[in-house]
Structures are given as C-alpha cells and as structure tokens.
Design a protein around this ligand. Sequence first.
Ligand code: COA
Length: 337
Amino acid sequence: MLRSQITGVGSYVPSRVVTNFDLEKMVDTSDEWITKRTGIKERHWAALGEAPSDMALQAANRALESAKLSKSQLDMIVYATLSPDHEFPGTGCFLQAKLDVPGIPALDIRQQCTGFLYALSIADQYIRNGMYRNILVIGTEMHSRGLDKTNRGRDVAVLFGDGAGAVVVRACEVVKPESDSYLFSTHLHADGRFAKELWVPAPGSALPDEERLSHAMLNENLHYAQMNGKRVFVSAVEKLMQVMGECMSANQVSTEKVDLFLLHQANLRINEAVAEHVKIPPEKVFNTIHKFGNTTAATIPLGMDEAIKAGVLKKGMLVMLAAFGSGFTWGSALLRF
Ligand code: COA
C-alpha cells in the first residue's frame, strides 16, 4: 500500500517578539482584553527586508535537514499562504528559486487557515498515485505587513502573527498498517457562501472600479482583512467538531485512541470549546497561540515542530490535525507520526 509519510519537520519565526503590551502602545487595546478573549500573549513580526519566502526558506531547510533529504531529491513544492511575496507569481516559485531547485513544480494553495491541510492532501494524492516520491509541503504567513495597526483594525490586528512551518512528505510502502508511520486520510471542505465573513476585498478585479486597486479602495480600507469575528468563531467550533468526527469515523478511531490533537490556532476559546464538546482531555491538545497568535497556513506545521521540540509529539503517536478558516474552509487529517 503506497502512502505518504512525514519524514521531516521544520519551522521558523522572525526574531522580533511583539507582546500585547507592545500593541497597547499602537492601538486602543489591553493585554487583559486580548488574553481573555483569545489566549494570545505575544506573536512574532518580521523584520524589515524579510520576505515571506525568506521565512519559508528557513523552515524548508530545517525540514529537509530533519528528513535527512537532499533538496535535489525533491519532486514538488506545495506552498500554502494568504500573504504571498507578490500578487503573482505564486510564492512557491520564489521559494523554489531561493532553494535553488529549478524545474520541479511549485504549486500555491490559497485556502487560508486550512491551507496547510489542503496542501498536505494534494501532496498525498500525488504520492498515492505514484507520480512523486518527495514533496515539500509548506505554510508561511507574514501577516504583520497586512494589518491595520490603527484603532479601526484593532479587532484583527491583535490576532495574527508571522511564521513558517514545513514538512517533507515521502512515499512509503505500508507493511504494518497498525504500527507504520503514514498519513491515514485527509478530509477537506469549503462553503463559499461565507467567503465575505473573513476576507480582503482589494486588490480585486471583482470590484466596480476600473482598476484592481484604487485610492478609493485604500481610503475605504478594503486592502485590510474584514472580519465578522462572532460568525467566524461560531462556525469554527461547529465545523471543527464536524470534520474531526468525520475523520474519526472514516478511520474508526475514538478520541481516546488519538494521542495528540494539533488544531489550528485562531483563538484558545475555540479550541477549548471544541475539546469540551468532543470530550478530549485538554492535555491532548497542543496549543501554541499564546506564543505565536494565529499564523494561518503556518500554524499546523509550526505547532508540529514546537510539539516535537517540547517532547510532546513522539514517533509512533496517532495524531489528528484540524483547521478552520476563511472561505469558509475546514479540514482534518489523521496520521501515525
Ligand atoms: N481591544 C479591545 N477591545 C476590542 C478590540 C481590541 N483589540 N477589538 C474589538 N474590541 C471591542 C469591540 O469594539 C467591542 O466593543 P463594544 O462592545 O463597545 O462594541 C468589544 O471589544 C467586544 O467585541 P466582541 O466582538 O463582542 O468580542 P468577542 O468576544 O467576539 O471577541 C474576537 C472578538 C475577534 C476575539 C472573536 O470574535 C474571535 O476570536 N473570533 C474568531 C476570529 C478568528 O478566529 N479569526 C481567524 C479565523 S481562522
């Protein structure tokens, strides 16, 4: 049985730490408000001159090193982000040039907080059908450049941080399904009826102006994220529970059998509500939101790397991944690490 195995994990966050107290100096907010509503204490913001693909390169090199794989053996890059280097081409191309692996396909995925799971699922399909053997799956996000750091944008600005996380996915022949390390399944969903509950309208060719970006759009703040926080919160809890249930029934496992849950990190209260409803002991959910805020497509691989470093994620563990985000999009995956 040809399946995908995660053989390397790496991550990178910029060195600049921005605490809630730092944000108090920028907008009308407080450490108490942010901590109570979200669980976030600090996040990392990139340095001037640092590009998203620079962060991606660091994470990619660390993942390759951890996989003990030479970059020349890579067959493909799947790159998830909502904060690309530029409008086009895809940032996977910029990363590919920086990694110096010309010729291999580089595919960008624009599925926001579920981006990494979409990327992993795509890589898994290429591996299962025998087309590629080694794929770099990466999520990178540089939110700090795209936040409205005035009172108008304070509801969104306090939530997001920068970071990158990467995994190397390799084809493996599963001999003992009950103990071998491999990706069991992925489950993806979207509901575009809610696309405008969390979105960045501009630049955009669907807007009535003659240009994709105009002064009027900038004046209306359309180049910043617009979010219906309460709607997102409620849907996140509901859809995460659904897609985790779907994953467990597809694989005929119960929450007791799963050793670790790496859930997207948008709000600690979302994950606490999910854990309570699905009856997962809190110690089985590995949260990183207090340190990094929401790093969107980077969150899950960054969390995976943090969990390894903390000694929480160990070889042989049964791990569930789940995420929800703008689109709306949501998904889950189950793997033996
Ligand atoms: N600091 C202080 N006050 C703030 C604030 C900030 N950064 N941002 C908003 N407020 C104010 C609001 O203006 C509002 O004031 P009002 O009552 O005078 O109108 C008040 O705080 C309460 O806002 P409310 O929207 O009721 O808070 P909430 O409990 O819904 O929490 C979020 C807000 C954004 C933390 C929460 O809705 C959330 O996390 N939603 C999901 C967001 C998310 O996950 N996004 C990413 C998706 S992957």
